[in-house]
Design a protein around this ligand. Sequence first.
Ligand code: ATP
Ligand code: MG
Length: 230
Amino acid sequence: MAGRVKFGVEGLDEMLLGGLLEGSICAIVGTYGTGKTMFALQFAYAGLKQGEKVIYISLEEREELLRATIAQKGWDPEVVGDRLYLLRLDPTDFNLAISSIKCELPALIKSFGASRVIIDPISLFEGLFVDDAVRRQEMFGFVEMMRDEACTLVLTSETNTANPEESRYGLAEYLGDTVILLHRVRSPGLTEVHQALEVVKMRRSAHSHEIKPFEIFQDRIRVYSEASLF
Ligand SMILES: Nc1ncnc2c1ncn2[C@@H]1O[C@H](COP(=O)(O)OP(=O)(O)OP(=O)(O)O)[C@@H](O)[C@H]1O
Ligand SMILES: [Mg+2]
């Protein structure tokens, strides 16, 4: 029976009944600005704080910007040390992105000894495949390959423009063992916008089925698992 890997977000680990299953794949799906990168970074830091090694692949933000965000969050440089491998991939360079993610990542995970890997956002990588059938086949192949690695994988995904509750290509929900959906919810009087999340699915585990509000602070995220949305 696989152990649990703490996501490191207060309130979310309770909803996941202790955390993600070790070695599993988690998809965080949300539209722009809903906090995907913040959740992914928090997952990374939770590992670093436990002495784990973490690979963070960003297809979106430049390394300097990510480092600036990390500095703003007040991550302890001693905790980060040389245990964080930040890799920025240019999402327009098809060949480089494919070779880095498909061919080099498994070897890097082994040589670096990473137990947490993040790809933010996977939807920019998926978008490199023009053909739907090829994309599907490539992504399922990639995830199968990642299952052989001794690491827990977090993928973030942008949403479908027509449906903000669905990932951009409709694949992340099937690729992930766990799917966390980030919502923006307007209050009944439309005067406020709340951030909320739900654990849509979790293979091989029970989990909370409720939508819970969360808040992003400079240095952490808090999910109010005891509260209800309105
Ligand atoms: N220091 C901070 N203090 C409070 N809230 C913050 C802080 N930094 C970011 N946020 C909140 O987090 C949101 C951005 O989160 P994040 O960058 O993780 O979103 P994202 O889902 O990755 O967006 P995108 O799809 O554009 O990459 C901001 O819109 C803001 O509401
Ligand atoms: Mg982001």
